[in-house]
Design a binder for this molecule. Structure first.
Ligand code: CA2
Length: 143
């Protein structure tokens, strides 16, 4: 069986679609999961969300052992977590950093991503559709 693509989501994204629709749109996290699974077709996907830094690091370690690629929206941890950065550095496969909004045209504290340093690619500002595009791109990167 092919090694799964890990789609990891950070804090508060479990509330996606419930507020700030002008920035994040109306799609829920369940919608986003569906977009990823549709884009992946028969390729297995591990889709996860956590508000816990430790849990996200645990999933990155899991992906190091059994994953083919990581699509990650670290949310606020993007700008704060060296621990998540250190974990991602240990992953040998492709990593796509994904943001629903264009972080570079938002508040200054959203301008400096720690993850972008080691990401294969960064997608930001395409809305929830970015998840579909990231997954489709990941399929090409792992082939
Ligand atoms: O644009 C993105 O995907 C972000 O990663 C989302 C994070 C924010 O801290 C980043 O700067 C950009 C925020 C996640 C909170 O998500 C919610 C969005 C809408 C409703 C509830 C939570």
């Amino acid at each position: 069986m092919a090694k799964p693509i890990y789609v990891l989501n950070g804090p508060n994204l479990n509330r996606l679609g419930t507020r700030e629709p002008a920035i994040y749109g109306k799609a829920t996290l369940a919608d986003v999961e569906r977009y990823c699974r549709e884009a992946a077709g028969a390729h297995p996907v591990e889709f996860r969300q956590s508000n816990s830094e430790a849990e996200i690091i645990g999933w990155i370690h899991e992906a190091i052992d059994n994953g083919s690629g990581i699509v990650i929206n670290p949310a606020a941890f993007t700008f704060t977590s060296i621990a998540i950065l250190d974990a991602l550095k240990m992953f040998e496969g492709p990593i796509i950093e994904l943001h629903i909004s264009n972080i570079h045209k938002r508040e200054p504290y959203y301008h400096h991503s720690l993850v972008s340093k080691i990401a294969t690619a960064v997608i930001a500002g395409l809305g929830a559709e970015g998840y579909r595009i990231a997954t489709a791109s990941m399929l090409k990167l792992i082939k």
